[in-house]
Design a protein around this ligand. Structure first.
Ligand code: PLP
Length: 391
């Protein structure tokens, strides 16, 4: 039997999906698993989004669209970036994709190839290095653990070689929740100009900020880096629309054309119905979004304070996203394990708590807790954790 292509051998399956599947399997057996694994809101899509999807079906929005997506949605996004950051992107410089993941993949395939290196700060979102590998390029990991998980341009500079072609940044970060400050983004822009690099900026969690914190976007630096910048975001998180699969990329025409070539031979375009629903998400009332963020702010406190109350766990307060990323090295001896994969396995087996080990994000010694679950479930999970971690 013929085997899969060689490129598949270099790629790891998504560890976050693996955890969700195992937790799912246990649940199907009737076991009460507290699932801190998911990277998706536990809210439902807003009513106006659902209504718009129904209406799109009723008015027969059932034909092919332009590869780059529904013109109305692209215009709304170009307008939104202009009003927030003063950018001058045209609707033709916006491409709607099947989730932010597909936009990032199209960028990797369009911009990187064999012989290219791409700098990825770690801990990273699981798909960044794998997408780079699938494109035939090499991810070069920039550890940020000793810098409080803030990706620093000065550390990236030390990794630049003649083969470096780009840098991928994510803020607020999955998995740490850390926000990259504007002055650091500005330094990355300097670096990209100096070394002629692409900059891919994933702002999928741009709305998930707490304590009145602001979202800093590389879009603010667009004037200097317009010809090398790819902005990526998604409706999945902000509007609780993960299953709709609508994300987007915004980039200079030259870059976006290359990405549209990839999408044109791949998905063709994101689903028409879902794109119509995304227009409603942008243009409709934002109350659901505000309610969700306020609720996540409350849960963040319960999560972080709960984790901090457990001996052996050290947790910083994340500024954004909906994850806590505590160090669990202090639990190894008590749990009889020697890495964070072991911690995650023990928590699932003996406490029925699902978390994602830091190894999945290139950062052993830590585990990721999503707090996209009800407050009483978070409390129950912390109690279980406290029991298993007790000396
Ligand atoms: N980027 C980051 C950092 C993410 O965490 C995710 C999803 O978990 C995505 C992109 C992609 O999300 P989607 O493809 O659902 O838009």
């Amino acid at each position: 039997m013929p085997g899969p292509a060689r490129r598949i051998g270099a790629v790891k399956p998504s560890a976050t999906i693996a955890v969700m599947q195992e937790a799912d399997r246990l649940r199907r057996e009737g076991i009460d698993v507290i699932d801190f694994g998911p990277g998706e809101p536990d809210f439902d899509a807003p009513e106006c989004v659902k209504r718009a999807a129904h209406e799109a079906i009723d008015r027969n929005l059932s034909h092919y669209l332009p590869t780059r997506g529904l013109p109305e949605l692209r215009a709304a996004l170009a307008e939104s970036y202009k009003s927030r950051y003063g950018t001058d992107y045209t609707p033709d410089e916006v491409m709607i994709s099947c989730g932010g993941k597909n936009a990032l993949f199209a960028a990797a395939l369009a911009l990187f190839g064999p012989g290219d290196q791409v700098i990825v700060p770690s801990p990273y979102w699981v798909s960044f290095p794998e997408q780079i590998r699938l494109a035939g390029a090499e991810p070069v990991i920039q550890p940020t653990r000793d810098e409080g998980f803030v990706a620093r341009a000065s550390s990236a500079a030390a990794l630049i070689s003649p083969a470096t072609k780009g840098i991928i940044l994510c803020s607020p970060s999955n998995p740490t929740g850390v926000v990259i400050p504007q002055e650091e983004l500005s330094s990355y822009a300097d670096l990209a100009v100096e070394h002629d690099l692409f900059l891919i900026f994933d702002e999928s969690y741009e709305k998930f900020l707490y304590d009145g914190g602001a979202h800093w976007s590389l879009a603010s630096e667009f004037a200097r880096v317009r010809d090398r910048l790819v902005l990526v975001s998604t409706f999945s998180k902000s509007y609780a629309m993960t299953g709709y699969r609508v994300g987007y990329a915004i980039a200079d025409q030259g870059i976006l054309s290359a990405m549209a070539t990839v999408q044109g031979h791949d998905a063709t375009h994101a689903t028409s119905i879902a794109q119509a629903a995304a227009v409603a998400a942008l243009r409709g009332p934002q109350d659901d979004l505000r309610r969700m963020i306020a609720e996540y702010g409350r849960r963040r406190e319960i999560m972080v304070e709960g984790l901090r109350s457990i001996p052996g766990i050290a947790c910083t307060r994340p500024d954004g996203a909906f994850y806590a990323f505590p160090s669990v090295e202090g639990l190894y001896r008590r749990l009889g394990v020697d890495d964070s994969v072991g911690v995650a396995a023990r928590l699932l087996r003996d406490a029925r708590i699902a978390v994602v080990p830091g190894e999945a994000f290139g950062c052993p010694g830590y585990v990721r807790f999503s707090y996209a679950l009800a407050a009483d479930r978070i409390r129950e999970g912390i109690d279980r954790l406290r029991r298993i971690a007790a000396p």
